[in-house]
Design a binder for this molecule. Structure first.
Ligand code: NAD
Ligand code: GLY
Length: 376
């Protein structure tokens, strides 16, 4: 096993249900110290998909072999479309066929799809077994692997069936990001940008200065972005593990983003692309309400644009927008409040008159082609 190139950065997550660390560094999948101190397990099970396994699976398996008497792997098909019950069952089939008991431990190697599925499987199998997150997308390293939300999709709604299950540890191996397609890296940047307006004005300044370095895959810049994002998420999750209040600010831009994803059909825009555009609309709405200056809203939009993410929303039709957002709100907050920036680095949830929301959506909507139906 290779020695780490440098000491990993460590972010502590302290929630009522579990305390654990996020380790961030290069080569952690193959670095023995990063795997030390995990609970003892009789069987280490890698959950991944064929794309990620082909690139990084052997390295993870080698580390797992060094810590557990038995190892095995189960590969799920690659893609959001497969984050469902039948593929979750594949994991349970594997665990049962292998005779895994409650001393088994799952290792989620992949992006948010694998992490959400492996985490949910760990929450359910024998009423709960430990699991470790080995996130390999930027989005997973800065968001989905941290905080214990796990879920699968239901035909009637995204992430509707799930559980809170905190991992034992998160190993963010920055080296895995080198194989990530550029579009996926940009989509992950949306979730990094998200943290700045809602929680950290200094991160906003830093992103403005280092966005090009991030897009170029600069190691130091990525390490800082992952660390700062994880620190902010750890702080929020530590104060509101089960999203009874403050954690909802992490959904900044997501109400609009989820409507874009669902309205266009999942897979048309990546989640991060839709969230990027959603943040631009939410920032405009915040400025329209007089909570922030127009200049600050434009800074958010400019960052999203520089990250190569869309800033113009598709013309879904206003009635369709509200229909889609109502479904999302019912699921996420139980009412019609929007996450808004109320000062640089601070966010709030507020009810907003529909006319103002419409105006913000209109301002960022691409004009439909001549002859095409106008939005409602
Ligand atoms: P993803 O898991 O689908 O990964 C994106 C693509 O990149 C996939 O094709 C994957 O195989 C590939 N990939 C992953 N790592 C790679 C690597 N190192 N090199 C090359 N290819 C690689 O998508 P995602 O954006 O990571 O995650 C999105 C999912 O995360 C959604 O299902 C969303 O609901 C969920 N999510 C969950 C939370 C949470 O708190 N649990 C938060 C945000 C998002
Ligand atoms: N990604 C939002 C949350 O974890 O709460």
């Amino acid at each position: 096993m290779n020695q780490p190139r440098s000491t990993p950065r460590v972010v502590a997550v302290r929630t009522p249900s579990k305390h654990y660390d996020i380790l961030i560094g290069h080569g952690l999948l193959g670095s023995a110290p990063s795997w030390q101190g995990l609970p003892r397990c009789t069987h280490a099970v890698l959950v991944s998909n064929p794309t990620v396994f082909a690139l990084h699976g052997e390295q993870a398996l080698a580390s797992m072999r060094a810590m557990a008497p038995r190892t095995s792997q189960v590969l799920l098909p690659d893609g959001e479309a497969y984050k469902d019950w039948s593929n979750l069952n594949t994991v349970f089939d594997h665990l049962l066929r292998e005779g895994c008991d409650r001393k088994a431990m799952l290792f989620a190697l992949g992006g948010g799809v694998v992490g959400d599925m492996a985490g949910f499987a760990a929450a359910c199998y024998m009423r709960g077994v430990p699991f470790v997150q080995l996130p390999t997308t930027l989005l997973a390293q800065v968001d989905s692997s941290v905080g214990g939300k796990t879920a699968i999709n239901h035909p009637l709604g995204k992430n509707m069936i799930g559980a809170f299950q905190q991992p034992e540890r998160v190993l963010c191996d920055l080296a895995t990001l080198a194989t990530l397609p550029p579009r996926e890296l940009r989509a992950g940047l949306a979730e990094v940008i998200k943290y700045a307006p809602i929680a950290d004005p200094a991160l906003m300044d830093w992103l403005e200065a280092h966005l090009d370095a991030l897009l170029a895959g600069d190691a130091e810049a990525l390490a800082h972005a992952v660390q700062r994002s994880c620190e902010i998420k750890a702080d929020v999750v530590g104060s509101d593990e089960r999203e009874s209040g403050r954690r909802a600010i992490l959904n900044f831009g997501h109400t609009f983003g989820h409507a874009i994803e669902a309205g266009l059909g999942y897979g048309q825009w990546l989640h991060g692309e839709a969230v990027g555009c959603g943040m631009v609309i939410a920032a405009t709405l915040s400025a329209d309400l007089g909570l922030i200056t127009r200049a600050f809203a434009e800074r958010v939009a400019r960052l999203v644009q520089r990250a190569g993410l869309p800033v113009e929303a598709p013309a879904l039709g206003l009635d369709r927008w509200f229909e889609l957002m109502a479904v999302d709100k019912k699921a996420e907050a139980g009412d019609t409040r929007y996450v808004l920036i109320d000062a640089p680095g601070s966010a709030t949830l507020r009810a907003v008159p529909r006319t103002l929301v419409e105006a913000a959506i209109r301002r960022h909507t691409v004009a439909p082609r001549a002859g095409a139906a106008l939005p409602a």
